[in-house]
Ligand binder design. Structure first.
Ligand code: ADP
Length: 423
């Protein structure tokens, strides 16, 4: 039985890791404290997100991290893409293996950064990893609590594309200490993905540092002429409309692709190039502006987004066992004004596996708040772009929604973390 103990890193009485939460298992509390003890030695955590793959998210993560290191910051780079870790290749460290003692792992030091990636723990980089949700979440927990990050100015976290388990897990484990950078390309189609990423951040109350538009035109290396291969400026317009900062446009540059193949980031290999200067400016702006909090979002009127929150209900209260509920209460809420604007009570269809996530998607749900949910169901909701909040108390659904909107919802353990409950 793990021993409950108190965190000794700081004296901050307000720290969420100070006290065990109601219903929290002793081992979960200890893990939460261990993560907090590591994370509170890192000043800023930047989660790099993108709506889809191939937009250059990992390339941007690596070059932002390198630029920060070149600017004299102490930097860590964490790759939480367990299915397709690309950071070791981008840094030319695929053949390097992680060492450590006891349960601690030493990060690999490359190009002045401390680096950790699942790719550095695999013997064969091409090994296909078939990992279910709980294994992914355990690996991410280990990266946060067992890696000897030490004191850092920045931890840059490269997450897989989309709004799935990995970014959600890391954001929830860091508990309100991170901010996001969203990478996109300029086409209209990609802009839909940015919209989704912004909504994901808002739902998880993750402040958005800004949007970076990558592959934004091509600058001819001979004559310097700028050619818009895709339509440009879409990312900037979208950022303006949704009231989030626009950080930088990064053009397509053959040096970037070349550096990706040689394993030396362009910002290090071609320090004086135009593209390196662009990354430097982006980093300056990130470093200077500090955090952008979601409460400061001021979307233009026509872009105001209402969200729908679903609560499983039994006997008038939130139903802890999500698969056994009698009804769903669906609340229309304004996340910016933090108000409920409408409510609907619906009888769900028969609980067959996979039916509820699809049905709730059809009802327009963006978030589901429940007591517990198995990993399989969580993953199905995530595929339907519905954010899952677990560990909520069996209280009046309206109170739960108001607490969620006000940021005071107390969540404990996932009370039925198994796959036997039908999603
Ligand atoms: P993601 O992480 O979004 O899947 P990657 O960072 O792996 O994308 O980039 C995909 C490909 O695009 C890589 O080959 C990379 O070298 C290339 N790339 C990314 N950004 C640029 C750029 N600005 N100019 C040229 N090539 C780029």
């Amino acid at each position: 039985m793990p021993q409950e103990r108190s965190c000794t890193v700081c004296e901050d009485e307000q720290c969420s890791a100070k006290n065990r939460r109601p219903g929290e298992r002793a081992e979960d509390f200890i893990t939460r404290q261990d993560i907090a003890a590591r994370m509170c030695q890192i000043k800023r955590k930047l989660v790099i997100l993108s709506g889809k793959g191939g937009v250059g998210k990992s390339t941007v993560a690596v070059n932002l991290a390198t630029s920060l290191a070149l600017a004299g910051k102490k930097v860590g780079l964490l790759d939480i893409d367990v299915h397709g870790p690309s950071i070791p290749k981008l840094l030319g460290i695929e053949k390097v293996f992680v060492t450590g003692s006891g349960s601690c792992l030493d990060p690999v030091v490359a190009h002045r950064m401390k680096v950790m990636s699942i790719g550095l723990l695999l013997r064969d980089q091409d090994e296909a990893i078939i990992w279910r949700g709980p294994m992914k979440s355990n690996a991410i927990k280990q990266f946060l609590k067992d890696v000897e990050w030490g004191e850092l100015d920045y931890l840059v976290i490269d997450s897989p594309p989309g709004t799935g388990d990995e970014p959600m897990t890391v954001i929830q484990l860091i508990e309100g200490q991170a901010s996001a950078i969203i990478v996109t390309t300029p086409q209209d189609l990609a802009i839909q993905d940015v919209r989704r990423s912004i909504r994901f951040c808002k739902e998880l109350r993750l402040p958005i540092q800004g949007v970076i538009e990558n592959m934004s035109g091509f600058v001819c290396p001979s004559c310097g002429e700028h050619t818009s291969i895709f339509k440009t400026g879409g990312g900037r317009r979208m950022a303006q409309k949704l009231g989030v900062p626009f950080l930088k446009s990064i053009p397509i540059d053959p040096l970037v692709a070349d550096s990706g193949d040689t394993g030396t980031p362009v910002t290090l290999g071609y320090k004086d190039s135009e593209i390196s200067k662009i990354f430097e400016q982006a980093v300056l702006s990130i470093d200077k502006h500090g955090f952008w909090t979601n409460s400061k979002h001021t979307p233009a009127k026509e872009e105001e987004q209402k969200i729908k929150i679903a609560i499983p209900v039994a006997e008038g209260a939130l139903c802890l066992h999500f698969g056994h509920c009698e009804q769903f209460a669906l609340f229309d809420v304004d996340p910016d004004k933090k108000t409920i604007q409408g409510k609907q009570i619906l009888k769900p269809p028969h609980h067959e596996p996979g039916v509820l996530p699809q049905w709730l998607k059809e009802q327009g749900a963006d978030v589901i708040i429940t007591g517990g949910m198995g990993e399989r169901a969580r993953s199905l909701f995530s595929q339907n772009n519905i954010t899952v909040v677990v560990g909520a108390p069996a209280e009046d659904p309206e109170q739960v929604v108001n607490a969620y909107l006000g940021g005071s919802l107390k969540t404990g353990a996932n009370v039925c973390d198994n796959s036997s409950v039908h999603p």
